[in-house]
Design a binder for this molecule. Sequence first.
Ligand SMILES: O=S(=O)(CCO)c1ccc(-c2ccc(C3CCCC3)c([C@@H]3C[C@@H]3c3ccccn3)c2)cc1
Length: 240
Amino acid sequence: AIQHRLWPEVDRLVKQQVAMARMGIGECGTGWQLFAEDGEMKMYRREEEVDGMVVDPLKAVHVVKGITGHEVCDYFFNPKYRYDWETTLEHMTVLETISDDTLVFLQTHKRIWPASQRDVVFWSHMRKLPNDQDRDGPDIWTVVNNSTESPEHPANVGKCVRIYLTVCLLCQTRVHPPKDGAPITRNNVSCKITYCSVVNPGGWAPASVLRAVYKREYPKFLKRFTSYVINQTKNKPLMF
Ligand SMILES: O=S(=O)(CCO)c1ccc(-c2ccc(C3CCCC3)c([C@@H]3C[C@@H]3c3ccccn3)c2)cc1
């Protein structure tokens, strides 16, 4: 395949982020606190500050019945669905289509009082990975989003403070074949979703406000996104 200008960085980040996402919370170092739980969804964060700014890493694990990892990643990656599930999004533009699995986005997010409005420029890459633990199991799918520069959209020029993020959505499909050898339906599949994110707010914002925003928005985001995928796929054929 022809390599594009971001390929070396994309390949390095994907390998690094997938390795971390696959580690159990116990192996990810110390200091992870479970801060939200809802059924199968467990959300952990670590309290971390860089230059006095809250950058709390987040790791969420969720198991959702009836959808596959390919479907979850497709609805997360594809810009045409984003306004449907990303509630804090004010505006989104695809700045560059580098390849069919690598896009560069500019997003502005709704202002969260009293912090000033934020924007972000990031590349987004979707990839299928071989399931090296279970050779004949379904493939693993991932989307990695990582902040990048855009000469046409320099940081902190307009009203928005530029944030910096690294996000990894890792999806492992599980098939529970029916006893009687019947064809696989949505009742026989589930998806283990691991969502890791580190968001640097870019400019100062009160730690208490940011932590309250993270605590409120992340559980809402993951539940809303997964419900959206369940609804969009329920009458469609399975996509592995
Ligand atoms: O997974 S993605 O790549 C999906 C593509 O959209 C992504 C996720 C989250 C963000 C994001 C951007 C800004 C902010 C804050 C920071 C200071 C003021 C605004 C937040 C805070 C964490 C809270 C938040 C969490 C989840 C969803 C939305 N809001 C998050 C951006 C992209």
